[in-house]
Design a protein around this ligand. Structure first.
Ligand code: P6P
Length: 339
């Protein structure tokens, strides 16, 4: 039973027993993500002041040498994870290749690999809209004591041991799962402590919010067009409400609390879809399923997809169970009518 005002640190310790075979590294790993999130939150929150204060470490007010915040976030997470010596490898949206970490005695004996989107939706920062960090954690599958390989990162999402996101919004929250439900923690910036504000988060089985960039409508697959028209018809609890922030973490977070569906299908500009399987779709899909929702590409469960490339993209449909099932129905019907 969640204690009132329990902190994230207390929650991790109390639930330590849930991580099979873990002698505390996974807890330390979640703790290192907590620390990095505070560092990034501090920078994200003052982004708007760059023109006034000048970017940290800059020589002039224009901020020409200003580190882009997603580069800053990337370095913060990589440094924190490396210093804590818990992971043997890191993959990031900001890095072409994965990073090998040797560990304390330089012998590659750390157990976990982490994949991150350090600052998703970063283009929203300039307009003061919430952004997020997304992380995905696996146990390595190649032998301990050897350098991590691409195989350790190309695991299906169903093998994740933990996943979550940080949302830098009107408040900063960490929402994560280790396969035992989803819990949300809100940062009290005055003291730098996260409190267990959202125990056992659940997607409502149904919802009335659909999140899609309708500017791409003409390029959508027919099934997605049919589903959007279904959302807009006058019938029962429809028309639904369209809400699209343009920041995956924010749209998913709102839909998980209120009920809704997020869709980023393949389009002419992004024939494989836009979102990245390994560090956007898989972690969000793990959270969604743990919260009673669903996540698919319209035809198969996201967590079952066998990855082939580090930065591969997939079409992504995620949210309230009945809404995803309905969208899949339209997509599969349209597909069967093509053949
Ligand atoms: P579009 C941000 O770039 C992102 O990866 C997601 O966070 C967001 O949902 C989507 O892309 C927005 O893409 O093409 O609608 O601007």
């Amino acid at each position: 039973m969640p204690q009132k005002n329990q902190t994230l640190g207390e929650f991790i310790i109390e639930n330590q027993g849930e991580f099979k075979y873990s002698s505390g590294e996974l807890s330390r790993l979640i703790n290192s993500i907590r620390l990095a999130a505070k560092v990034v939150n501090h920078e994200v929150n003052k982004a708007g002041l760059v023109d006034i204060l000048g970017a940290a470490g800059d020589t002039n007010i224009q901020g020409e040498s200003q580190q882009k915040l997603d580069v800053y976030a990337n370095e913060a997470f990589i440094k924190t994870l490396t210093n804590r010596e818990i992971v043997c490898g890191i993959a990031s949206e900001e890095e072409d290749h994965y990073i090998t970490i040797k560990g304390r005695n330089q012998n590659h004996d750390n157990k976990y690999v982490v994949l991150i989107d350090p600052l998703d939706g970063s283009s929203n920062i300039d307009v003061n809209v919430s952004v997020g960090t997304i992380f995905s954690i696996y146990r390595r599958i190649t032998p301990s004591g050897t350098p991590v390989t691409l195989e350790d990162f190309l695991q299906p999402g169903s093998k994740q041991v933990a996943a979550g996101y940080i949302i830098y919004g009107t408040s900063t929250m960490i929402v994560y799962t280790t396969g035992h439900g989803v819990n949300g923690f809100t940062l009290n910036p005055a003291i730098g402590t996260y409190y267990h504000s959202h125990p056992n988060m659940k997607f409502p089985e149904d919802g009335t919010i659909y999140s899609v960039n309708e500017g791409n409508y003409v390029h959508f697959p027919q099934g997605v067009k049919d589903y959007i028209k279904f959302c807009q018809e006058e019938e029962g609890n429809r028309p639904y409400t369209s809400r699209y922030i343009g920041s995956l973490v924010s749209d998913i977070h709102r839909n998980m609390i209120k009920g809704g569906i997020y869709i980023y299908p393949n389009t002419a500009k992004n024939p494989e879809g836009k979102l990245r399987l390994l560090y956007e779709c898989n972690p969000v899909a793990f959270i969604a399923e743990q919260a009673g929702g669903l996540a698919s590409d319209g035809f198969q469960r996201i967590l079952d997809i066998e990855p082939t490339e580090l930065h591969q993209r997939v079409p992504f449909i995620c949210g309230s169970r009945n809404m995803v099932l309905k969208a899949e129905e339209f997509m599969q019907n349209a597909e069967s009518q093509k053949t």
